[in-house]
Design a protein around this ligand. Structure first.
Ligand code: NAD
Ligand code: IPM
Ligand code: MN
Length: 378
């Protein structure tokens, strides 16, 4: 088997702490399955500014061209919150997503039975939650022009083309086919022309997927339903900013923001990152939850490299560590035992060494890689 080159971008704050555990798990996967991973580290975010005066340095851009997949920790540094735009860590992340062309951001959300009690929501609402947010990632308010700020006024632009909506909608419908055949498209079509265009476009694309049920919700109602009746959702399809907000809200279902992974796909190398940020409030203390980063490794193996058995082992390893009581501070019982980031990573890595795979295989998208439908790239 040829070696796989993974570009590893630890980033800032807790990014390097959780990525170290993700790397350890990759190493165990390599040993167990006889796969050679070549990990190449590059700076991004505030780390890029410190190393090269750029949140996405040229050396990082160049490194990406050799990568089969990209694993990222998090970016963000309060010391740069007032920095000019081109020096902000977040600008580097947005440039990275645009460079890779990863227009579809998949954020799966499920509730492990042992963690039902860790969410502030009522247990009867949480059992059986299994949803997937498909967030458009390279358009919308984040990228629209004109943008800028003057003394007494600032502007950002919300714009989407039909093609941008079509291609991400196809990902959502293709994903739903591997799940429970239901897509809820979330927008603000009662107020925004952009949402009206997207609602019409999604409705039209659905005709290519007649077996998939489609409904539409306004984003305010969706935000309410996500916590009052989360089991009602299968695939949620939405634009960039709404998806950002709804996915942090959905993390409350799983027990902690530190639990959720993501896969960003666009046809070339995928980008895999936990959904949380650099968490400056806990950075440097070794207490961050590495599960979002490690679960992102499972997504990388399955959907980035097409290695389902290895991905299964990582998913099962996480489940087994949780089932046997391993808890970082964010998901610990009040007064109960807590593991640091390192110890949690070790517990999962040990479990991955021996975890069952290929039997009860697959994540919530099935056991084979979710590939971008050809029609989405035309
Ligand atoms: P955040 O996600 O960093 O943290 C929010 C809260 O969740 C904090 O209390 C934090 O301690 C907690 N938390 C986050 N991840 C955790 C983990 N793995 N384990 C335990 N607790 C965890 O959001 P924020 O504080 O609003 O933003 C901080 C910085 O991160 C900002 O600069 C922001 O722009 C950036 N950010 C980056 C990304 C990314 O890189 N993808 C995502 C979100 C925010
Ligand atoms: C995320 C983050 C980023 C986003 C920020 C840091 C640019 O919140 O990955 O969810 O809004 O996409
Ligand atoms: Mn976010």
């Amino acid at each position: 088997m040829r070696p796989y080159t993974i570009a590893v971008l630890p980033g800032d704050g807790i990014g390097p702490e959780v990525v170290a555990e993700a790397e350890q798990v990759l190493e165990v996967v390599g040993e167990r399955f006889g796969i050679r991973f070549i990990l190449q580290r590059f700076a991004v975010g505030a780390a890029g500014v410190a190393a090269a005066g750029d949140p996405l340095p040229d050396a990082t851009r160049a490194g990406l061209t050799r990568a089969d997949a990209v694993l990222l920790g998090a970016v963000g540094d309060p010391a740069l919150d007032q920095a000019p735009w081109h020096l902000r860590p977040e600008t580097g992340l947005l440039a990275l997503r645009a460079l890779l062309g990863v227009f579809a951001n998949l954020r799966p959300v499920s509730v492990l039975p042992a963690l039902v009690g860790r969410s502030p929501l009522k247990p009867d609402r949480l059992r059986g939650v299994d949803l997937l947010i498909v967030r458009e990632l390279t358009g919308g308010l984040y990228y629209g022009e004109p943008r800028g700020r003057r003394e007494s006024r600032a502007v950002n632009t919300l714009t989407y083309s039909v093609v941008e909506v079509e291609r991400v909608a196809r990902i959502a419908f293709a994903a739903a086919r591997r799940r429970r055949n239901r897509v809820t498209s979330v927008d603000k079509a009662n107020v925004l022309e952009v949402s009206q265009l997207s609602r019409d476009t999604v409705t039209r694309v659905r005709r290519e997927y007649p077996d998939v049920h489609l409904d539409h919700l306004y984003v305010d109602t969706a935000a309410m339903r996500l916590v009052s009746e989360p089991t009602a959702f299968d695939v949620i399809l939405t634009e960039n900013m709404f998806g950002d907000i709804l996915s942090d809200e959905a993390a409350v279902l799983a027990g902690s923001l530190g639990m959720l992974p993501s896969a960003s796909l666009g046809g070339g190398p995928g980008l895999f990152e936990p959904i949380h940020g650099s968490a400056p409030d806990i950075a440097g203390r070794g207490v961050a939850n590495p599960i979002g980063a490690i679960a992102s490794v499972a997504l990388l193996l399955r959907h980035g490299l097409g290695l389902p058995d290895a991905a299964d082992a990582v998913d099962r390893g996480i489940e087994q560590a949780i089932e046997t009581g391993a808890r970082t501070r964010d998901i610990a019982e009040p007064g109960g035992p807590e593991l640091g980031t390192r110890a949690m990573g070790e517990r999962i890595a040990e479990a991955v060494r021996i975890a069952e795979c290929g039997v009860r295989s697959g994540d919530s998208l099935g056991d084979s890689a979710l590939r971008i439908p050809h029609s989405a790239l035309e």
